[in-house]
Design a protein. Structure first.
Length: 381
């Protein structure tokens, strides 16, 4: 199954990253964008060439334009590249397919797809060849798609080093409402509250707030289109959150009402009925985090986090990683938190629980200050 030469239409973050990944894998990629400057930047970062493709030679077309532009650009691609498989990377799939049914295009050569990777940034400047490495990439064949077209898209996913998941269009849209679009809106609501927080209070912001609000920094124009295209699947999710927010408020109100006045003033633990109503919400949150699959879609893994103090001096990080490497421990995830008052940072290392004690001992022996964040709360069976 060949995917060369390929044409990428829309050379923003995702399109240029696809171009870079395919180019790095040895494929010839032609770039098109309605903004010539985007196409030029994409070519500059190694996504492909601005030379026009020969229409009849193209094997694969990847459409990476904003959601509202997807259907007409896909239809145009099916006409201009008569032997090519055409896919798109759009975040919502059903509306695009419906528009294709209503067109005169050769729908058999279209198989939609969706890499579950990206960022809060837009445009080709932040494109990366490794954006999709080890990330899930959904392929959504339909009742009229040719097997050869699906196989070609599978080859694209492999060339971008992603993990394919084959999924029905409607199931995909329901899934992204839950794992991508609702989380996006939660991030937006939280970040929006910050516009009312005085600057001196924002100085207290820690990593948790940054984690929760990162994706709220995404392009509102793009997200207006994504959310609009998936409103049918999104609305029940929003209503469920609305109900849960109501329950949460009630649990906290009951807790407050159940405390004697002196305890309330001193901020002591609640003893009223509300305290016990709040806990299930917190425990459900812990349970939810544990359901998120680990790398490569594997079963969720609970890592242990060690926190190592690092002096804010040149070379400290590389010495620390050299030490971890010598201990023979694989680091699954890292996060850095800076201490604004001391010349220090805190590096949180997520490691296999079976290796954590040995690493802690080795790092302490090498002179590092190693701690561990509070353990997770116990969960009911
Ligand atoms: N941003 C993200 O993290 C992810 C986005 N997606 C999907 O990928 C697609 C592209 O998103 P991004 O790369 O983030 O957007 P972007 O804004 O970085 O890039 C979009 C590009 O399409 C071009 N364009 C717009 N209309 C066009 C048209 N009619 N013909 C040719 N070029 C056109 C723009 O000039 C721009 O270069 C969207 O459909 C989005 O839903 C999928 C996965 C992740
Ligand atoms: O930045 C992130 O964490 C994302 O989740 C990016 C993203 C945005 C839109 C998609 O359709 C898929 C992925």
């Amino acid at each position: 199954m060949t995917i060369s030469p390929a044409v990428v239409i829309g050379t923003g973050l995702v399109g240029a990253s696809v171009g870079c990944a395919l180019t790095a894998a040895g494929h010839r990629v032609h770039l098109e964008d309605r903004s010539l400057s985007h196409a030029r930047v994409a070519a500059g970062v190694g996504a492909g060439t601005l030379d026009p493709a020969v229409g009849t030679e193209v094997a694969l077309v990847v459409v990476a334009v904003p959601p509202n532009a997807l259907a007409p650009v896909i239809i145009d691609g099916l006409h201009r590249f008569p032997y090519a498989t055409v896919t798109d990377v759009g975040s919502v799939k059903a509306g695009v397919l419906n528009a294709l049914w209503d067109s005169d295009a050769d729908v058999a050569r279209y198989v939609g797809s969706h890499p579950m990777a990206g960022s809060q940034f837009s445009g080709p400047v932040t494109a990366r060849a490794d954006l999709f490495t080890d990330r899930t990439w959904v392929i959504a064949p339909h009742r009229k798609s040719a097997q050869a077209a699906t196989d070609t898209v599978r080859e694209l996913v492999r060339a971008c080093r992603a993990q394919e998941v084959i999924m029905d269009v409607d199931v995909h849209d329901a899934a992204v409402a839950r794992v991508s679009h609702l989380p996006h809106l939660m991030s937006v609501l939280m970040a929006g509250r910050l516009t009312e927080v005085p600057a001196e209070q924002l100085q207290l912001a820690g990593q948790g707030l940054r984690d929760v609000t990162r994706i709220a920094g995404s392009d509102p124009g793009l997200w207006q289109q994504i959310l609009g295209a998936n409103s049918g699947a999104l609305l029940p999710e929003l209503r469920a959150i609305q109900d849960q927010l109501g329950e949460l408020i009630k649990a906290i109100e009951d807790d407050r009402a159940g405390r004697p006045e002196p305890a309330r003033r001193n901020g002591q633990d609640g003893t009223g009925a509300g305290a016990s109503e709040l806990r299930p919400h917190l425990e459900r949150g812990v349970a939810g985090t544990r359901r998120i699959p680990g790398k490569h879609g594997a079963a969720p893994v609970q890592y242990r986090r060690l926190v190592v103090e690092i002096p804010d001096t040149p070379g400290a990080l590389s010495r620390l990683f050299a030490g971890v490497g010598q201990a023979g421990v694989n680091v699954e995830d890292i996060a850095i938190q800076h201490d604004p008052d001391r010349q220090l940072g805190y590096l949180s290392l997520a490691v296999d629980p079976d290796q954590a004690d040995a690493l802690s001992t080795a790092m302490t022996a090498a002179g590092w200050v190693v701690g561990e964040p509070d353990p997770s709360p116990d969960l009911p069976d």
